[in-house]
Ligand binder design. Structure first.
Ligand code: GDP
Length: 538
């Protein structure tokens, strides 16, 4: 029986709406060009007519709230928001991930709410550290990854070198989908390996408008290109070598993130963006079914449900408010909908939901799977909280990520110990920081763990302003940490190991800390890497 025979009209509408959504996040290392590319996607997607405004918005926003003082000081973006644009009846939701080196668990969690990752690589640098970390999360989730090699107008690796760099660094199979015509200062266009057309492009001033483009067949284009005969031959050879790879790409492998189509271009000059965006909407995944606690798929049309993947406190310092960002996993969302929190059974009316475009809040009337709504936290929402309207469900999709930075923490004022614990417990529940107790000979002291070092400033700032507690922090040099499943045998083995410390976070999740790379590798040998988790599902 056809799907449409068994579905109600409303269910059909939900599925149709879901199918035209593409919810994605960019994974990249700082400076690879994420902000520039985002802006150009909006330009090519028709959401803005002239590039330059996002940066402007970024600059203006800093004045808006005191909490953002940290961002302002460092000129970086700590929080993420959602950019929406529509092209050819496809609705794109770009989940913005902070791009600074000191990124946080938030950045990683955002990837859990995305159906596709767009990996941006700087042609001169190849795959860099932060991209690798973000890639790990995509790999764990088995989501499709589409690659854009940026800055081809600058000297860098040759295209074939970039391809092997991606393969060697990440162990994913790169499949060329477009190819640069000339590179560095000779970069003059893109060959569309899928449509077999050469796009000769001209720079527009500052790249504010779309690049002037002439589309022609390969040989016709090569005649017009300003390259030596030798370079033209080399280009022909490379095209011959790579031409059929995309057609032969294993769709299943692509959808599971085992191979990645690779596009080349320059976000600054708008080269290669038309080709990229055309295929991106075809390649990017529409919203997928999320699995519930019992590993059962939740049908997209099966009653409203969603989960909180991000909490953002104190967007407005005058009200101690906290926004919860919810990824819709099934059903139709309408303003005023009454939902149930699956943890507590508490009912909440979603009366002032927002969708965010940059920093402008729009009241949202309706939304579908793949969309993100933000809501002022009614109090009990946490990272990972599931909500539903009529058909109960609970998701457990947000993992704990292993902290990489550690600080011992105390309060300067001994009378504030209770506040210290309470405040940290609250921040830990919100997912801002991991808090552990470690013995120090006389008693226990508190240890904070974060994914990015900047997070410590956030904790300090929030403890001072919200809990009136000045923190004293001391760096501790743990080399690495791994979550544990809770197996007593394994814990015992680790407890007896040298330079290895087993402890628990405030939610009683066991974790092991290592003093050195050597201690970690010893432990891996002793209990097996499969028992030491970089991500832990609760
Ligand atoms: P982000 O940190 O990843 O968001 O990177 P940005 O988009 O802020 O870009 C970092 C720098 O690289 C800026 O100075 C950009 O103007 C520059 N940039 C971005 N894309 C290109 C490109 O395609 N070519 C060149 N030459 N520079 C670029």
């Amino acid at each position: 029986m056809a799907e449409s025979d068994t579905l109600t009209k409303e269910e059909q509408q939900i599925i149709e709406e879901a199918r035209r959504r593409r919810t994605f996040a960019i994974i990249s290392h700082p400076d690879a060009g994420k902000t520039t590319l985002t802006e150009k996607l909006l330009l090519y997607g028709g959401a803005i007519h002239e590039a330059g405004s996002i940066r402007q918005r970024k600059a203006n926003r800093y004045a808006a709230s005191d909490w953002m003082a940290i961002e302002k000081d460092r000129g970086i973006s700590v929080t993420s928001s959602v950019l929406r644009f529509e092209k050819d009846n496809i609705k794109f939701n770009l989940l913005d991930t902070p791009g600074h080196k000191d990124f946080s668990e938030d950045t990683l969690r955002t990837l859990v709410a995305a159906d596709t990752a767009l990996m941006v690589i700087d042609v001169a640098k190849g795959v860099e550290e932060q991209t690798e970390k973000l890639f790990e999360v995509c790999k764990m989730r088995e989501i499709p990854i589409i690659t854009f090699v940026n800055k081809c107008d600058r000297p860098g690796l040759e295209p074939l070198e970039v391809i092997s760099n991606i393969e060697n660094q990440l162990g994913i199979e790169p499949i060329p989908a477009s190819w640069p015509l000339g590179y560095g200062k000779d970069f003059q266009g893109i060959y569309d390996l899928i449509g077999k057309k050469l796009h000769l492009q001209k720079k527009e001033e500052h790249g504010a408008k779309k690049a002037e483009t002439e589309i022609c067949d390969l040989e016709e284009g090569l005649e017009k290109a300003i390259l030596s005969d030798h370079e033209k031959d080399k280009f022909r050879e490379e095209v011959m070598l790579t031409e059929d790879m995309f057609e032969m790409m294993d769709q299943e492998a692509f959808l599971n993130g085992k191979c990645t189509p690779v596009f080349f271009g320059s976000a600054l000059n708008n080269f290669g963006l038309d080709v990229f965006l055309d295929y991106f909407s075809e390649l990017a995944n529409p919203p997928q079914q999320y699995q519930d606690e019992e590993s059962k798929d939740r049908d997209l049309a099966n009653g409203f449900s969603g989960f909180v993947f991000k909490m953002q406190a104190n967007m407005n310092p005058d009200h101690r408010d906290c926004a919860a960002f919810i990824r819709i996993t099934s059903g139709k969302f309408e303003r005023g909908l009454e939902v149930t929190e699956s943890n507590t059974g508490k009912k909440v009316k979603m009366s002032t939901p927002h969708t965010l475009m940059g920093d402008e809040r729009h009241i949202l009337e309706e939304a579908y799977p793949g969309d993100v709504v933000s809501l002022f936290n009614p109090g009990s929402f946490r990272i990972g909280t599931t909500i539903y309207s009529d058909k109960p469900v609970k998701f457990d999709v947000i993992p704990l990520f292993t902290p990489e930075h550690f600080m011992k923490v105390s309060t300067k004022d001994p009378f504030k110990r209770k506040q210290l614990r309470e405040g940290l417990k609250q921040l830990a529940e919100e997912g801002v920081v991991h808090v552990f107790e470690v013995p120090n000979g006389v008693g226990n002291e508190l240890l904070l763990g974060t994914v990015g070092a900047l997070q410590f400033d956030v904790v300090k700032h929030r403890m001072a302003t919200e809990y009136n507690t000045e923190l004293h922090m001391n760096a501790v040099s743990y080399h690495a940490a791994r979550w544990l499943a809770g197996d007593k045998n394994i814990i015992e083995k680790l407890e007896n190991s040298y330079s290895t410390h087993v402890t628990k976070d405030m939610e009683e999740n066991p974790i092991v800390l290592f003093d050195s790379a050597y201690a970690l590798s010893q432990a891996e040998e002793k209990v097996g890497t499969e028992n030491l988790f970089k991500f832990k599902q609760n």
